[in-house]
Design a protein around this ligand. Structure first.
Ligand code: GAL
Length: 633
């Protein structure tokens, strides 16, 4: 598969007179894809029914005839102002019951039928007009579902839709009352219309109610997306994608991805490090101008799974962004490194955001490949270098990794609903395990929770899974590598109720979690072999073989055959040892690359990705600061 570069472009922001020159410069840079249109509704339809396609026709023609392939975005993330006059109740409400306003973007409620129909109308018109256009080679639905926390809404529209969803899901109110345990605190309902959204309750709402609301909210995104996909698909065979985000878990991306050919995501490494990761200050300082060495890779691997193998970076940070608390410039080399890292994880296309920095509005301080005065910004030369290197590119098809990590959205919702310990975060648990594997020099695949086939893997991790699906249970029974489950895995039902028999309930593993405790940061539970549990400890009872113990002798990990169950949250030292043991038992060769150097194996090459601000030596190679290199395996 030929890898390629792209760029995000907003023809509506610039005089038409410069479009052709922009297109020619993109081509000269080595860019072959251009994404347009995703915020252009007010120019496509300035007032209801007044369709203005001439400019978009010409923009597509100018870009396409210059040799660029167009990714056309549906404009539904930015409904124009007139839409609100037409549908005054289309706005989402926050958890405090306040309506969110017009004046930025994503001001809509996924549950609003009227707005969904308006989206269907405009998408249908666009698909009919451009579905057969030879320059439009891919489509993007909407833009970044859940950006600015827009999936959960507590509006009257959401409440009605939730009640309908509950009726469909549970059938009878008795079934719902039983499933949720509503006898507790006399919360029983007589009919579905009585069930409000789980906000503004006196104290915490029933966790089963909250989890149902989270599942419903996710389903609304899936439904919203599916409508658009169906209409586009009716007019074209071009692939359809959506651009997901970093550490956004409010909807089930596997479910949305099931309807799309390609997954894509928007990668802003430096912004993420400062505003989406709870790392110590020294770590943030060390990687200030590079981004975290595992955060991008985690999402590359996650979205490869969501895209069933096909994925892109739809927006790649080119320079300082505008939206983090502080916005330093990347080290020279990083705009190239990030692109190559994505290719090494199997990305088909990496698209920089954006072509030219906008001189106006919210993102005027956000770098592009060009400055507002059209002079080159630092990212441009790096993009050109990547493009030149791609001509001689190694084959970067993703090969199956030796190690896999199961990642599940419902588990995130469950433990957000009931953390039990203030800092128990499911994403964080998975991310720490992922980081631990990468520090050992390993390439990792991420798997969905209903994965039914683990063949080819030697090590599988499934921490914190709310419940084991039947498919995964079956796959684990047949698994001939080493699997490590826990903490917290399979300890609740999908309704957020403790099952009896109690978890972890793994066939052949004679252990039960008799008691669970969460720990404040001041409390450690040291392990006999070194390191400590933090945050979380489960008291295991049963006859399973103990393979790790606390200093006081209590079981910390038990094992039967290919399955281990870990009873706590390991700190970095404990995790490193536990993962190394696991790999050794499974016959996976671990390497110990220098800190900040990450490895990634494709089918044919090993990539050496240096997130450090200094040169490192490994495998007989010198890898420069913020540099990436590769050689045949
Ligand atoms: C993304 C978004 C873009 C732009 C960018 C700025 O989240 O999709 O439209 O806002 O961030 O970094």
């Amino acid at each position: 598969m030929k890898r390629a570069l792209g760029v995000c472009y907003y023809p509506e922001h610039w005089p038409e007179a410069i479009w052709a020159e922009d297109a020619a410069r993109m081509v000269e840079t080595g860019i072959s894809w251009v994404r347009i249109g995703e915020f252009a509704w007010s120019r496509i339809e300035p007032s209801f029914g007044d369709l203005q396609f001439d400019w978009l026709d010409r923009a597509i023609e100018v870009l396409g005839s210059a040799g660029l392939k167009v990714i056309l975005g549906t404009p539904t993330a930015t409904p124009p102002r007139w839409m609100l006059d037409k549908h005054p109740d289309m706005l989402a409400w926050d958890a405090q019951g306040r309506e969110r306003g017009f004046g930025s973007r994503r001001h809509y409620d996924f549950s609003h039928d009227g707005y969904r129909e308006e989206c269907a109308r405009i998408v249908d018109i666009l698909a009919r007009r451009y579905g057969a256009n030879p320059h439009v080679a891919a489509w993007q639905t909407d833009n970044e579902y859940d950006c600015h926390d827009t999936v959960l809404s507590y509006s009257p529209a959401a409440e009605r839709a939730f009640q309908n969803w509950l009726a469909e899901t549970y059938g009878t109110i008795e079934a719902l009352n039983t499933a949720w345990g509503n006898v507790f605190w006399s919360m029983e309902y007589d009919h579905f219309e009585q069930i409000a959204l789980p906000n503004l309750t006196v104290t915490e709402p029933n966790p089963s109610h909250v989890l149902a609301f989270r599942r419903f909210s996710s389903d609304m995104v899936v439904k919203f997306n599916k409508v658009q996909v169906g209409l586009i698909r009716a007019q074209t065979d071009a692939p359809i994608t959506h651009n997901y985000m970093g550490r956004v878990t409010a909807f089930d991306h596997y479910d949305v991805g099931a309807d799309l050919e390609i997954a894509s995501w928007d990668s802003y490494p430096i912004g993420f490090l400062s505003d989406r990761l709870e790392e110590p200050a020294a770590h943030k300082q060390r990687y200030l101008r590079q981004g975290d060495p595992d955060f991008q890779a985690f999402h590359h691997d996650l979205y490869r799974a969501v895209g069933k193998g096909r994925w892109w970076v739809m927006e790649q940070q080119p320079g300082p962004v505008n939206w983090a608390p502080y916005n330093p410039a990347p080290l020279p080399g990083m705009a190239r490194l990030w692109a190559w890292e994505a290719f090494a994880h199997g990305a088909e296309v990496v698209t920089y955001f954006r072509w030219r920095q906008a001189p106006f509005a919210q993102e005027q301080m956000h770098a592009g490949l060009l400055r507002p005065d059209s002079e080159a910004a630092p990212g441009l030369a790096e993009a050109a270098q990547v493009a030149a290197e791609l001509v001689e590119a190694p084959d970067v098809s993703a090969a199956q990794a030796p190690v896999a990590l199961v990642f599940d959205y419902a588990s995130q919702w469950a433990w957000e609903t009931q953390p039990q310990g203030a800092d128990f975060d499911y994403f964080r648990l998975c991310f720490e395990m992922y980081r631990g594997l990468r520090k050992l020099g390993l390439s990792v695949d991420i798997l969905p929770p209903d994965c039914a086939d683990l063949s080819g893997y030697k090590v599988v991790l499934a921490p914190g899974l709310l419940e084991l699906s039947g498919a995964l249970k079956g796959a684990l029974e047949r698994f001939d590598g080493q699997a490590m489950l826990g903490p917290r895995t399979n300890t609740k039902t999908g309704e957020m109720v403790i099952p009896v028999p109690m978890g972890p309930n793994i066939d052949g593993l004679d252990t039960v979690i008799a008691l669970t405790e969460s720990l404040p940061p001041s409390e450690m539970m040291p392990l006999l072999k070194g390191g400590t549990f933090v945050k979380w400890f489960e008291h295991l009872k049963g006859d399973a073989e103990v393979v790790e113990a606390l200093v006081d002798g209590r079981p910390a990990m038990v094992q039967a055959g290919a399955i281990r169950y870990l009873a706590g949250w390991p700190d970095e030292e404990a995790l490193a040892r536990i993962l190394e043991d696991l790999c050794e038992a499974a016959g996976v060769v671990t390497l110990n690359p220098p800190d900040g150097l990450r490895l990634r194996d494709t089918g044919a090459h090993r990539f050496y990705i240096n997130y450090n601000a200094f040169e490192v030596e490994f495998d007989g190679l010198l890898i420069g600061a913020a540099d990436v290199t590769w050689r045949p395996l």
